[in-house]
Design a binder for this molecule. Structure first.
Ligand code: MN
Length: 354
């Protein structure tokens, strides 16, 4: 057994998407990630991945890569069994690089659990070996979005996430998708594009049309906590914070001021440290949990699958980013069948490592 970190390697990878993915904040046709390979002194390897988003988090790719390359070296010689101490140091050092926090913290847990023949899924609690994800329809012309939604249902997905960017667009496309896909259940995500009153208008009209909206996600500007609460108090549907929620401090304020019904945690916004804290704040405050993603490959999404499946507290899972990729990592900690994701055990995972 060897629990000391001997080497940390950083590599940049770019994966092409099946089609350009558009949200209210911009569009992407490929995803560039930073992958970590953390090697313990006995040779055990832990993997991790950062998927930085400049438009959402202000994380510039080159900065994240440089920070990981240089600062991660300070952890050489550290014992991964002291993961909590290491997580606190990572929180301090990578304060402005949450995706780097996730990659390094997960790589530490991956190596620690591998040394014991376990997985991070088991470390987090081993609650549900199988979880169900939605899949997202990006912004496009309305007919294309309806076709995309029909295809997603055909692939076996039981919940569809729909990106919108204005009142008129939402009231046009969401009912049409609901008509075409049997009103199965929709997460409507505005990515901050609406004013509070507009968000209430969208929610009330979709409700009066009988559209089965499960969650209205981040309707208003990320810093407008009062606006979130305004929408929450008037919306017939649960309201979620996504871009408004990065750290445990955000979660505390959102919970204290009763701004939202749902927290959308993304490890790329919070790392594992703040992700774990946010989960407990949500459970204390009776807030429903959702987990989402940025542009992770299958390696990167394994972090969130282990976290969500291991804890088992998540009602809504939006872990579809690798399904939108035309190219993917060789490594994955799960297999997918329709909308079901089943975690792999340590032995199965090790076969997929280079
Ligand atoms: Mn979102």
């Amino acid at each position: 057994m060897g629990f000391e970190i001997r080497r940390i390697e950083i590599e940049r990878k770019t994966y092409k998407l099946v089609k350009t993915f558009r949200i209210s904040l911009g569009a992407m046709s490929e995803s560039t990630v930073i992958q970590i390979r953390l090697i313990l002194n006995g040779g055990t390897v832990g993997l991790g991945e950062a998927s930085p988003s400049f438009k959402i988090s202000g994380e510039y790719l080159n900065s994240v890569e440089t920070a990981l390359r240089e600062l991660s070296q300070e952890f050489i010689g550290e014992d991964v069994r002291n993961y909590r101490v290491l997580f606190d140091r990572i929180d301090e050092m990578f304060r402005t690089f949450p995706s780097a926090k996730s990659a390094l913290q997960y790589a530490i847990l991956d190596a620690l659990t591998a040394e014991y023949g376990l997985t991070p899924f088991e470390f987090f609690g081993g609650a549900k070996r199988k979880i169900v994800s939605d899949k997202t329809v990006g912004i496009d012309d309305v007919n294309t979005m309806v076709e995309d939604a029909k295809n997603i249902k055909g692939e076996g997905f039981r919940t569809i996430k729909i990106k919108i960017d204005s009142v008129d667009f939402a009231l046009d496309v969401v009912p049409k998708i609901a008509d075409a896909t049997g009103n199965i259940g929709y997460i409507v995500d505005a990515n901050q594009a609406l004013k509070p009153k507009e968000a209430v208008e969208v929610a009330e009209k979709l409700h009066s049309l009988g559209v089965n909206v499960l969650v209205l996600e981040q309707p208003v500007f990320k810093h407008d906590y009062d606006g979130l609460r305004f929408v929450r108090e008037r919306s017939p549907f649960p309201v979620a914070a996504d871009e408004s929620l990065y750290t445990r401090y955000d979660a505390f304020k959102l919970a204290r001021d009763e701004c939202v019904d749902v927290f959308n945690i993304k490890l790329m916004k919070s790392g594992l440290s703040d992700g774990m804290a946010i989960v407990e704040i949500a459970r204390s405050a009776g807030i429903t949990l959702m987990i989402g993603c940025m542009g992770e490959s299958s390696l990167g999404i394994t972090q969130s699958i282990d976290f969500a499946a291991g804890l088992g507290y998540f009602t809504y899972l939006d872990l579809d980013c690798p399904f939108l990729h035309a190219e993917d990592s060789k490594y994955r900690g799960y297999i997918r069948d329709g909308d079901e994701l089943t975690v792999l055990d340590r032995e199965e995972r090790e076969k997929l490592k280079d």
